[in-house]
Ligand binder design. Structure first.
Ligand code: BTN
Length: 251
């Protein structure tokens, strides 16, 4: 694997640092990690709570050396969720799973968020994959107390080892993804892992957008493009393909 790693004790946001570097002419494939983020960014303009030492916050920058067109970022986020879930299971033995679209959960609560973004160097788009994992965080802000949690309780020494191993495993997996993204067998392998890790299939879910009334049904499967099929109470099958749709697990 040929990417560089750099660690910060404190930074505003590893995604923003990767963006600044790329825009400023840095074309090294790189992984930037931090012990603390003062302005961690989440999806849809939200912030990502990133307190000191209790989590892993990192971003992988793919500089797109051949200036290839960048498709939608859903698949890279799916790959990252599979890599994180696999690394948490292997390194910590926690029973992690993926809630559609791409949040990693332990004990029915979110422990990891992923934010993929496009960055620009002149007009050449690169990809930034930002990953935040709550390892042993306990003091969540009130507004996320009901949904966020941590992987477990660890000593400082265990935390150091877990961070190193998870970052290495996910970083190497992303390096491989960027060399295999057009490979059908690779894609099938990721989808099959994603289905095995899914916490949603077979469960009763409710879903909706901000302007829509909530609907309820049973999640029946993950399609080839990563969309989620849900069988409604009237037998109709709905295919959900946007992360803008919020989804709740009911039973
Ligand atoms: C989400 O669940 O809304 C996505 C959260 C992504 C957080 C990570 S932490 C490392 C990287 N830097 C950021 O500012 N955000 C991402």
């Amino acid at each position: 694997m040929n990417y560089i790693c750099e660690h910060f004790s404190s930074i505003d946001s590893t995604n923003e640092e990767a963006k600044r570097r790329y825009a400023g002419g840095d074309i090294r494939e790189q992984l930037l990690s931090a012990d603390f983020q003062s302005a961690g960014k989440g999806r849809n303009g939200r912030s990502f709570y990133s307190p000191e030492n209790t989590g892993i916050y990192f971003s992988y920058l793919y500089p797109n050396p051949e200036n290839e067109p960048i498709g939608n970022l859903i698949f890279v986020t799916t790959v990252a969720a599979v890599l994180v879930c696999d690394a948490i299971r292997k390194v910590t033995k926690a029973d992690a799973g993926i809630k559609w679209v791409n949040d990693v959960y332990v004990n029915d609560k979110k422990v990891c968020g992923i934010l993929a973004e496009v960055a620009y160097q002149d007009s050449v788009p690169g990809i930034i994959v930002g990953i935040g994992i709550n390892l042993s965080t306990t003091d969540f802000p009130e507004e996320i107390q009901g949904i966020a949690s941590s992987v477990g309780t660890f000593t400082d020494e265990e935390l150091r080892k877990i961070k190193k191993e998870i970052i290495g495993s996910v970083g190497d997996g992303l390096w491989q993804f960027f060399r295999n993204s057009g490979n059908a067998a690779y894609k099938e392998c990721i989808l099959s892992s994603y289905r095995e890790m899914s916490l949603v299939i077979g469960r009763e879910v409710s879903f909706g957008t901000e302007n829509e009334t909530e609907m309820t049904g049973i999640a029946t499967g993950i399609e080839e493009d990563g969309s989620l099929s849900v069988k409604l109470q009237n037998g109709e099958i709905r295919t959900l393909n946007s992360g803008e749709i919020h989804l709740k697990l009911l039973r």
